[in-house]
Design a protein around this ligand. Structure first.
Ligand SMILES: [Zn+2]
Length: 165
């Protein structure tokens, strides 16, 4: 959740991930596709990359990935490729969630690797973190729109009365 907060500070949707192997954190990640100009820069991918560099192996056998939000299809795919043993996530993602919500990628029999997963750990806290971010962003957009309207007002008044000089 602290890593997710780093994403929020960048104006990114707050999602954080840590990869743990034998009780040690070997990779951390936070969501950064916009600031990184990288559509694949989800928190999970960043954590997998950092961990694979750390152990100099693209297979992260016996590791556990903790994520604040249910992974998307891309991340679930990468988690399977990396041979992560277990995924633990906080809140479910009703739209893009690919573990439970809208897809069940980890349960597909045609996948060559089984990932165990548990959702709903600190679910309320994780959901609130992401909801607070979107609430704040909506409020900012609203304030900006209001400001633009107010700035545009004197101009439109003069446009309505073109004869006045
Ligand atoms: Zn993802």
């Amino acid at each position: 959740m602290q890593l997710a907060q780093r994403a929020a500070q960048l104006g990114e949707v707050p999602v954080g991930a840590v990869l743990v192997l034998n009780g040690e954190v070997i990779g951390e990640g936070w969501n950064q596709p916009i600031s990184g100009h990288d559509p694949t820069a989800h928190a999970e991918i960043m954590a997998l990359r950092a961990a694979a560099q750390h152990i100099q192996n693209y297979r992260l056998v016996d590791s556990t990935l903790y994520i604040t939000i249910e992974p998307c299809t891309m991340c679930a795919g990468a988690i399977i490729h990396a041979r992560v043993a277990r995924v633990v996530f906080g809140a479910t993602e009703p739209k893009a969630g690919a573990a439970l919500s809208n897809g069940q990628l980890f349960d597909q029999l045609w996948m060559n690797h089984r990932v165990r997963y548990d959702g709903g750990v600190l679910e309320e806290e994780c959901r609130e973190q992401i909801s607070a971010f979107f609430r704040q962003r909506r409020a900012q957009h609203k304030a900006l729109k209001k400001q633009r309207r107010e700035q545009a007002l004197p101009e439109s008044v003069t446009q309505e009365q073109p004869g006045l000089k």
